[in-house]
Design a protein around this ligand. Structure first.
Ligand SMILES: Cc1cc2nc3c(=O)[nH]c(=O)nc-3n(C[C@H](O)[C@H](O)[C@H](O)COP(=O)(O)OP(=O)(O)OC[C@H]3O[C@@H](n4cnc5c(N)ncnc54)[C@H](O)[C@@H]3O)c2cc1C
Length: 390
């Protein structure tokens, strides 16, 4: 199969990958090209995706909890996981979100902070795509500042009882298990909540114009009674959910580049075949300047992602580094998607081409897992030593 990355790889960045990494990427790309890409625009238009069916297939490929060890997870390197995220998001950010939330948020929370029983009960099924997970941190009145969350877990005899509302929860309406973060008398704690528990319900958020091929839900917890053992024993305070977010953000650092790559490839192909003033629009200097600037940003973003991936595999990555990567790569990907849209003219606003779909998706990616403003403040604090958060 032709390597669709090659024309954009102006600096042979691919030579920095191992044979195994390239092989994993090729397998993921082949599956997505065959199984997902032909349908994704229709899913986007319908505002849905066949998540359960897709999860089984993604599980068979080893993409769910891909970089985790044990419990049926593939245990690949962080770089290989990043490359998979890039390929997934080259098809659609919604499909990458399904995989990120499953693996990096719900499974990672259980894998890192859960009891032996939590891990044994949930991780093998989640890795296989037989069980879907979601991660409930955000609330209607607690977004960028999760310390303000109001969902409450109270002890009642030997049980916990959870009350509250979670908002904007990816996979919420289709999940078998929700990792829910709540206030307790001992601060914020995480809970493993089977969604069949009485008092748990999910409903769709208002219609979205972004990330349409992704299920986003409001979760209502109304007297959800859980055994003592439902609490994640290893997570204390906000550092628990924040470490999960750092995992997921790492995938976004790579994923956003996939959306940008797909836009740029589309724009190059289009500009070579679209003629105006008796010549391909690719021959105009203004078009070439746009293409050149976009290709440079894509390559720089790729080097950044790969550098962070190697640091992660070496155990040396920090949340601040992930903020640098998410801030830069999502921002540049969104700029690229919008610029590509201009090259496609009127065709660029249709679903026949992926560029506006990607641009719209990237609006959500810019906001979730820490907004661009919040990541700017992280970088600002690192540079000045001063916190400007509040
Ligand atoms: C499609 C989608 C899927 C999502 N999936 C999940 C999920 O699975 N689980 C989950 O828990 N959450 C999820 N989220 C929620 C997401 O993480 C939040 O939307 C995000 O954290 C921002 O919160 P908010 O929307 O309440 O915005 P707000 O926090 O209200 O922010 C609004 C604006 O104010 C700015 N702002 C806030 N504080 C500051 C400050 N101190 N300084 C400067 N500017 C500031 C923000 O940057 C932003 O521009 C999802 C969101 C979307 C859109």
């Amino acid at each position: 199969m032709a390597d669709r990355t090659a024309p954009l790889d102006l600096i042979a960045a691919d030579s920095l990958l191992s044979e195994e990494e390239r092989a994993i990427r090729g397998t993921v790309r082949a599956f997505l090209t065959d199984r997902v890409r032909p349908h994704v625009a229709a899913w986007y238009e319908a505002g849905d995706l066949p998540a359960r069916e897709l999860s089984h297939e993604l599980g068979d490929l080893g993409l769910l909890g891909m970089h985790l060890q044990g419990y049926g997870c593939a245990g690949t390197s962080a770089v290989a996981y990043g490359l998979a995220c890039l390929e997934l998001e080259a098809v659609d950010s919604g499909v990458r979100s399904l995989v990120s939330v499953q693996g990096s948020l719900a499974m990672f929370a259980i894998w890192r902070f859960g009891s032996a029983d939590h891990k044994q009960d949930w991780l093998p099924r989640m890795a296989a795509g037989e069980a879907i997970g979601c991660f409930g941190l955000t609330e209607p009145d607690a977004g960028s500042n999760p310390s303000g969350l109001r969902t409450r877990a109270k002890r009642d005899g030997g049980d916990w009882v959870l009350d509250g509302t979670k908002m904007w929860i990816t996979n919420g309406g289709i999940a078998d298990v929700a990792v829910v973060w709540a206030q307790t008398d001992d601060g914020i704690r995480g809970f493993v909540v089977p969604t069949e528990t009485p008092g748990f319900s999910a409903r769709p958020v208002p219609p979205k114009l972004s990330l349409r091929a992704s299920v986003t839900s409001e979760l209502v917890l109304d007297g959800v009674r859980l055994p003592q053992s439902a609490q994640l024993p290893g997570a204390r305070g906000l550092s628990g959910p924040l470490s999960c977010l750092s995992e997921a953000r790492y995938g976004i650092v790579w994923g956003a580049l996939g959306a940008a790559r797909d836009c740029l490839e589309t724009a190059i192909e289009y500009s070579l075949t679209r003629e105006q003033f008796d010549r391909p629009i690719a021959g105009f200097q203004l078009t070439q300047q746009k293409l050149a600037n976009m290709a440079l940003e894509l390559q720089k973003g790729y080097l950044l992602a790969l550098h962070l991936g190697r640091l992660k595999d070496d155990g040396r990555i920090t949340p601040q580094m992930v903020s640098v990567g998410k801030l830069n790569n999502v921002r540049e990907a969104l700029t690229i998607a919008r610029e590509c849209r201009t090259i496609l003219g009127a065709n660029g606003v249709t679903l026949e081409y992926p560029v506006l779909r990607h641009a719209n998706n990237l609006e959500s990616v810019l906001t979730y897992e820490g907004t661009s403003e919040i990541h700017s403040l992280v970088v600002g604090q690192a540079l000045t030593g001063l916190s400007a958060f509040s």
